[in-house]
Ligand binder design. Structure first.
Ligand code: GLN
Length: 193
């Protein structure tokens, strides 16, 4: 079962995108629900608020265990921040799970371009380019050697993968183009073989 972390942020649209791909996703708010997941989407929203809510809902250790057990995760925007190794410009001691070897800067695209759209060439999903929506997006500032860069915008990585973890600084759930979700579903299927 693919779960969508549903504490805060853009979780409903991820459920809708997965449904368009033929996958019934479950909204996840408790450790029991998380335990039943084979894969998880961590949506965009506000990463520090989501971190606080993970604490309130007693989900931090259960999520750490699932990550240690190699559960596939799609992390978008705030979800990318939560999966990263280090965060700049976060709250003091802001939680991140070190699931992918990335250093990210919160709101790294700056104020004047808080939100923008761009067409991205993403070889793993083919043509045409993917229209990517960036909303107060994190900027990837450092990439570990085990990370595959699947897409860049202005020579900065915006879609990255390391083993079972796929993260984007943009919001793939906000368009009707479901190829990023399809890519994740393929990763999940391969991880279950
Ligand atoms: N800037 C937000 C944060 O720090 C992320 C924005 C988003 O997810 N659209 O969490």
């Amino acid at each position: 079962m693919i779960g969508v972390l549903a504490l805060q942020g853009a979780f409903r649209m991820h459920c809708e995108a997965l449904a368009r791909c033929g996958v019934e996703a479950a909204e996840i708010r408790t450790a029991e629900q998380l335990e039943r997941c084979h894969a998880l989407v961590v949506p965009g929203g506000e990463s520090s608020t989501m971190a606080n809510l993970l604490n309130t809902f007693d989900l931090i250790d259960p999520l750490r265990s699932k990550l240690a057990a190699k559960m596939p995760v799609l992390g978008t925007c705030a979800g990318m921040i939560l999966m990263a190794k280090t965060i700049s410009d976060g709250q003091p001691d802001q939680l991140c799970f070190d699931a992918i070897d990335l250093a990210v800067r919160r709101n790294g695209y700056g104020r004047q371009v808080d939100s923008f759209e761009a067409d991205l060439d993403i070889a793993v999903v083919g043509q045409p380019p993917v229209r990517a929506v960036f909303i107060r997006a994190p900027m990837v500032e450092n990439v570990g050697t085990r990370v595959e860069i699947l897409a860049e915008f202005d020579q900065v990585p915006v879609l990255c993968r390391q083993d079972n973890i796929l993260v984007s600084s943009f919001h793939p759930e906000l368009t009707e183009d479901d190829r990023i979700h399809e890519l994740f579903i393929q990763m999940v299927a391969q991880s279950e073989v």
